[in-house]
Design a protein around this ligand. Structure first.
Ligand code: SF4
Length: 284
């Protein structure tokens, strides 16, 4: 491993077993229409803010919606290919859930989300860094690489999320993703951010809205964050991959996790035999 990506680290933090399947054994990515929807929105706002940085205006809401529809359409073509590639891993419950995910409804929610974002958030943000790549030296020649989606000219990091339900108050000081973004910001600008804003678009047909959680002061404990990253790298090197979720958790289920069949097989075979079997499979 010459580098570890921000995405890989976040995967390990959320589910070490998922990391084993996806990154150590190279299993197929789990296709989800909803992820393509999030991707299309993300690309739309990235393009808009890139243009806005150049001309002070960027897209208007109508143009943003057209852009979103086009990116989502193309992402769904990728989704169809990914679904075929991963089909052998996926349970019929997972496939049914995907079939029921309604693209028309997602389009409608996306449009409403863009409208509310342009009305409420867009006027407040003067973009500075957009999709800025960072690369931070860690240990033994390994680098942490990733992108910061958006910062503004007041040095506030913005992390945009979409959700169907209004999120509860969060302590974003404990948010691993934002802690790593601060490291990235510091490596790019040689200063600390002045604030952090987690901006949720609540996707709803009747009541779309923006909910923000902000801290005015940075909370970076550089040594603590680097210590956590080193612990994860050491765990990966020592084959420590475990299921974080309590028994019968909704996440570890045939409907929600495309790796559920592997999860069961791992318990039957044990880690060493499982890794040996699927390392051979990966080499073929
Ligand atoms: S089945 Fe559970 S533990 Fe295994 S990869 Fe999926 S979410 Fe993670």
């Amino acid at each position: 491993m010459k580098h570890v990506s921000f995405t890989q680290l976040m995967t390990y933090i959320r589910c070490p077993e998922h990391y084993l399947f996806r990154y150590k054994l190279g299993m197929q990515r789990l296709p989800r229409k909803v992820l393509k929807h999030g991707f299309a929105l993300h690309e739309t706002f990235a393009y808009h803010f890139d243009q806005k940085k150049k001309d002070g205006k960027g897209l208007n809401a109508k143009e943003a919606k057209e852009f979103f529809v086009e990116v989502f359409r193309s992402a769904l073509e990728d989704y169809a290919l990914e679904l075929e590639e991963a089909r052998h891993l996926l349970s019929k419950e997972y496939l049914l859930k995907e079939k029921e995910a309604d693209v028309g409804e997602m389009l409608e929610l996306g449009m409403k989300g863009i409208d509310v974002y342009f009305k409420e958030m867009n006027p407040k943000i003067k973009p500075n860094l957009i999709e800025a790549s960072f690369s931070i030296p860690l240990q033994k020649g390994i680098r942490l690489i990733g992108n910061i989606d958006l910062t503004d000219t007041k040095d506030v990091i913005h992390e945009m999320k979409t959700t169907r339900k209004s999120p509860n108050m969060q302590d974003i000081r404990n948010d691993a993703q934002l802690a790593i973004y601060q490291l990235g910001f510091q490596s790019l600008t040689k200063k600390l951010p002045k604030g952090i804003s987690k901006d949720y678009i609540v996707m709803s047909k009747k009541d779309p809205k923006i909910v923000r959680f902000q801290v005015a002061r940075p909370f970076l404990d550089r040594q603590a964050v680097l210590g956590t990253i080193h612990s994860i790298l050491s765990a990966v090197q020592n084959n420590i991959f475990y299921c974080l979720h309590p028994a019968e958790s909704w996440i570890c289920s045939k409907e929600w996790c495309g790796y559920y069949g592997l999860h069961k097989e791992l318990r039957t075979l044990g880690l060493q035999r499982f890794i040996a079997k699927y390392t051979k499979y990966k080499r073929r």
